[in-house]
Design a protein around this ligand. Structure first.
Ligand code: 5GP
Ligand code: ZN
Length: 113
């Protein structure tokens, strides 16, 4: 599968890993938009939120639980953070493997651009 994030999850392309288990891989974004900018991905290839079904969406809940664990461990749980999924062209998705941005360390503002 010619997919950047599949290759990152498999270790074929280097990344700065922050968490890994059987289902999920998390790593630092190469172009951070906040003092903390972690990308969380399922190890299985799901192209975008559009491809979620009752059968494969369980990993999304797991990703949120991992994000909450990282927030506590890294000390920004109290102050707050944002989890973002960009879907499709208008959503700003640039990599075709579903991923969740975990952003923290500054006031993030609302609404997003
Ligand atoms: P999207 O724009 O699709 O929501 O998010 C893709 C994210 O992946 C961007 O924030 C971008 O900086 C990050 N990214 C793209 N290529 C790489 C890479 O090779 N390594 C890492 N660590 N992050 C990447
Ligand atoms: Zn993939």
């Amino acid at each position: 599968m010619d997919c950047l994030f599949c290759k990152i999850a498999a270790g074929e392309i280097p990344s700065t890993k922050v968490y890994e288990d059987e289902q999920v891989y998390a790593f630092l974004d190469i172009e951070p938009q906040a003092p903390v900018h972690i990308i969380l991905i399922p190890k299985t290839h799901i192209p975008s939120a559009n491809a979620l079904t009752e059968e494969n969406a369980g990993v999304v809940g797991h990703i949120y639980a991992v994000a909450a664990k990282l927030a506590k461990e890294q000390g920004f749980a109290e102050k707050g953070y944002r989890i973002v999924n960009n879907c499709g062209e208008d959503g700003g998705q640039t990599v075709g493997h579903i991923h969740f941005h975990l952003l923290a360390g500054r006031n993030l503002g609302w609404p997003p651009g």
